[in-house]
Write a protein that binds this ligand. Structure first.
Ligand code: ZN
Length: 123
């Protein structure tokens, strides 16, 4: 038995700046670059990750709206035994959308989506 994986991170690239509506949070301007979203699943983390990778689904969470937008690419998935808030903070970056994925956050992260900047899209 390995350590139980409870958190995941989705690494997302946006090649062109875009205005995206994130459900009831509203409309936001997303600059081109790399974003990291940190979430958790208490059970069946692989099913959750598989859902994020699927484009055809009912939009439910904030992250669903981002991943469904044109030009958005999920290019890497990480898994961790650390709590999602600790992982989210360790990712650093900037908060562009306050409240994103943080409805259940009790650690005052402000957002579970962080913008890491444009540098890694220049492949
Ligand atoms: Zn948090």
């Amino acid at each position: 038995m390995g350590t139980k994986l409870i958190s995941y991170q989705l690494w997302i690239a946006l090649r062109q700046p875009r205005t995206i509506t994130i459900g009831r949070l509203g409309e936001f301007n997303f600059p081109a670059g790399v974003y990291v979203y940190t979430g958790s699943a208490k059970s069946n983390i692989e099913a959750r990750i598989a859902r994020h990778c699927r484009r055809d689904k009912t939009l439910r969470w904030h992250i669903d709206y981002l991943l469904a937008a044109e030009g958005v690419e999920l290019f890497c998935v990480g898994r961790s035994a650390r709590g999602e808030c600790a992982l989210n903070r360790a990712a650093g970056g900037e908060v562009l959308v306050p409240g994103f994925g943080a409805s259940d956050c009790r650690k005052d992260c402000r957002s579970h989506l962080r913008y890491l900047g444009a540098k890694r899209t220049a492949d």
